[in-house]
Design a protein around this ligand. Sequence first.
Ligand SMILES: *Cc1c(COP(=O)(O)O)cnc(C)c1O
Length: 487
Amino acid sequence: MKPKGLDHYKDAGKRAMQWHAENIKKMKQCRFDTIAVHGIYSMQEALDFNQGSIIEPIYMSTSQAYRDSDEMEAALSYQIPTWCYSRIGNPSIYYMEGVLALLESYGAGVDASCIATASGMAAIQSAVDQFLIEDPKRPNAPMNFVATTQVYGGTFQQFAIRKEKERNIEWRRVINSNDISEWESKIDENTRFIYGEMPSNPAQAFFDVKKIVDLAHKYGLPAIFDSTVATPALLRPLEFGADIVVQSVSKSLFTSGFGIAGAVIARKNITTNIDNPEMKADFCAYLKQLPNRDNGPNISPMNAIMALNDIRTIRHRMDVASRSTMTVAEFLKDHKHIEGVDYLGLKEHKLHELAKEYLFLVDAEHDEQYGSPQNRYGHLMSFRIKGGAENTRKVFDAFQRIWRATDLGRIKSVATIPTISTHAQQGEEGRKLAQIPPNLIRLCVGMEHPDDIIADIDQALSTLDGKTISVTSPEYSAAGASSARLV
Ligand SMILES: *Cc1c(COP(=O)(O)O)cnc(C)c1O
């Protein structure tokens, strides 16, 4: 057989890339829901490459085969589109990355790309570690990064232990993230990036995204945000100039709870003081082709497609769940056993006015039902029980409909006590910084009817009036004992 030659494949590759780019451009013209539903999986893609399969197939396969050595050479030197090996790429993963890149950059007027990871923590590590490398021009110079302290417990540990303690990279802690001057006072010539989580989990810290982005750029630094709690249905930091967004896809995006997933989404041409033109031009493509290829924190194709399938309905779910959360928050606000409710949607919340400038249900103005912009504040809230940790546990233990689990974003309502779960490891001092008292219950309202959630909370709170509630009925206690043995 006569070899086709490298150029044959490079030409074909060029045509394929052009076709993909045109398809993405077309999708960018569509509304948010259409993008969420179709992503980058077109009918032509289905017919030409996937036997017409109407749903994105799950490519449970390690690697791609090539027609001949020329195609292999062109592919492995990244000269043609390829997925080669599932640690680097995979069609199913590519479909998921495609939809997230479009949703996070929706309305932002920029091009973005995405790399999916096995978890939100892997996404955070992938996003920040690229900036924590020695500057060849200044060997042995110290490094620091400026980041909020009101962050997810895992992020707190990654920053405090993995970066600071183990690698001697200073985490300059922003305590009051709403004070721009505090951020600025921590930046110096050794700062590598600016990082914030917002709204934060669970304390719902919120800051002026646009001002923090401008501050980062003033110093030539990338602005990186964990936007898990908002999801692209309510806030898209890229629209306000952010360079990189990380998502714990495991949460509201992948609501069914089948697995763990993460994603990094970055605009093209990020701001950074690291001299690496390739990384600057397309951060996620760089991550995919080099560092993550070598470190291997990739997602599995199975999880990618299951996550993608949930992502299709994200806008509607965030709308309904946000409204239900508001109803629950209003109910709790004046309850006699409640010390306070933290929900950005409540007028009483000290950051409500700021959140109101940023958190909107995407496309509500194009929605037949609304026809105008609508604030939505998500489905994460927390509340504090009067009478300290003991009463808090009593109420928590009495939930019958709401699941006791260290989880959020589920289609089912889930609650946790952060001091004994998500934020247990960081110690009292760390929890104080993150503003997490022991009487705090974090609740993430699901898609049940809010009446039933309120009824469950109401009966749980009534245990503080001395009412006893039998959670496990006597007839079932034997079954309870046998399932306990499985643990
Ligand atoms: C859960 C969570 C993470 C970590 O994500 P995993 O997918 O669990 O690794 C990061 N940030 C926030 C805000 C989270 O809620």
